[in-house]
Design a protein around this ligand. Structure first.
Ligand code: AMP
Length: 376
């Protein structure tokens, strides 16, 4: 083992500064949790007046390829983490020379790219939907012949909330689908994925410390609208055995990539109760927001503890919970939402309520074991 900053094995003590790359709501809620544990937070983001900047100690507003700004940032913090994973690998590699980077750039590289992500799962014996890498219309035509239709064509990088995806139906012309995916930009790297007739979408979040200690949150059900998470139900209404399998998958993946921090894994539950990994994120996740109010330790506190190498807290669910995302102008209804005293409202401080933009969420708690059915 080298003695580079990234192999540091001492806890990052309260009073130190945690650097967060990205200034969105995940950074904001992480910064609040970090402050509760006595840390300072410095965010690095290209966005002016970002949700995270509003609540943290210091912000650097610069682009991710601004090497001077990255250098100054890396030297001014005690550890670096991420609230989103689409940061240039070069930036992260450079940061690793300046401070411990958790999770490592190797973890980010796997999670940034759908091909690497799926290969990583399959190499571990973890099932995914059938898939093929495609980089031009001829390869797409051949992949459709193997995988069939319906299927989904996805860009390998920078896809989120259902963006960068095209549905392939039996009568879809591959040339049209390819043109739609590429959007006039020339060929892109993509994968064709078999369409999964799932009975439920679930996710599991695993926290892991540098010494390998792990803790998993309960498995939750996620319901999407227009490709964007709408509601999370905690816990998912699945058998204890299946939930345990999902937790084991999350832990196996976190261990195999030697991840430090949080790993969120989204899975499909098939009609015959098989689990297929859809995608993963090496950071707090929208489907974990319920834990702020439903667990003894929230995903954000757990994230800070893992990254700072503190003992993990218990992720135990003390209440069942339902989380509703507030998109766009939904967040303008805060007065109405607060009129129900059971609603725990969380807003992200975003000024512009653009359609589909995540502006906040509401958690609603239920007695443990009552198994809520959805948002009512
Ligand atoms: P993703 O960005 O890959 O998480 O996709 C967004 C949403 O599209 C998922 O949460 C699913 O609801 C749906 N989806 C993605 N891939 C598939 C698939 N292979 N089969 C069926 N539905 C899918």
């Amino acid at each position: 083992m080298t003695d580079s900053p990234s192999s540091q094995r001492e806890p990052i003590k309260p009073g130190s500064t945690i650097g967060i790359i990205g200034g969105g709501q995940l950074g904001r809620m992480t910064a609040v949790a970090a402050a509760e544990l006595g840390y300072r937070v410095h965010v690095f983001t290209p966005e002016v007046d970002s949700p995270a900047e509003q609540v943290c100690d210091h912000a650097t507003v610069a682009t991710y390829d601004d090497q001077d700004a990255i250098e100054t940032f890396g030297r001014s913090v005690d550890v670096v983490t991420f609230e989103f994973e689409n940061v240039p690998a070069e930036t992260v590699r450079h940061l690793s020379d300046l401070a411990p980077v958790r999770p490592s750039w190797e973890c980010l590289a796997i999670c940034q790219d759908r091909i690497r992500e799926k290969r990583f799962c399959n190499d571990l014996g973890i099932e995914t939907a059938p898939w093929k890498a495609v980089s031009n219309v001829e390869e797409l035509t051949a992949a459709i012949a193997t995988i069939g239709a319906p299927s989904i064509l996805k860009t390998t990088r920078l896809g989120y909330d259902g963006k960068g995806q095209v549905r392939i139906k039996p009568d879809t012309d591959p040339a049209d689908a390819w043109a739609e995916l590429c959007g006039g930009q020339g060929d892109v790297a993509a994968i064709l994925e078999g369409f999964v007739d799932f009975r439920m979408e679930v996710s599991v979040i695993t926290a892991r410390r540098p010494n390998g200690a792990m803790a998993s949150f309960d498995v939750v059900e996620n319901r999407h609208k227009d490709g964007i998470l709408d509601v999370t139900i905690a816990p998912a209404d699945i058998s204890a055995e299946l939930a345990e399998k999902a937790r084991a998958i999350g832990q196996k993946m976190a261990e195999a990539m030697d991840l430090v921090g949080l790993l969120a894994v989204e899975l499909f539950v098939t009609q015959d109760d098989h689990l297929l990994v859809n995608e993963m994120a090496p950071r707090p996740h929208n489907s974990g927001h319920w834990s702020q109010d439903g667990c003894k330790t929230s995903q954000f506190e757990q994230f800070v503890r893992a990254v700072a190498d503190l003992p993990l807290g218990t992720p135990e669910r003390h209440s069942d919970a339902v989380m509703l995302n507030l998109l766009g102008v939904d967040a303008n209804l805060w007065e109405q939402q607060l009129a129900d005293p059971e609603n725990k409202l969380h807003l992200y401080g975003k000024a512009e309520p653009r359609a589909g933009r995540k502006m906040g969420h509401i958690n609603r708690l239920y007695p443990k074991g009552s198994q809520p059915k959805g948002w009512d």
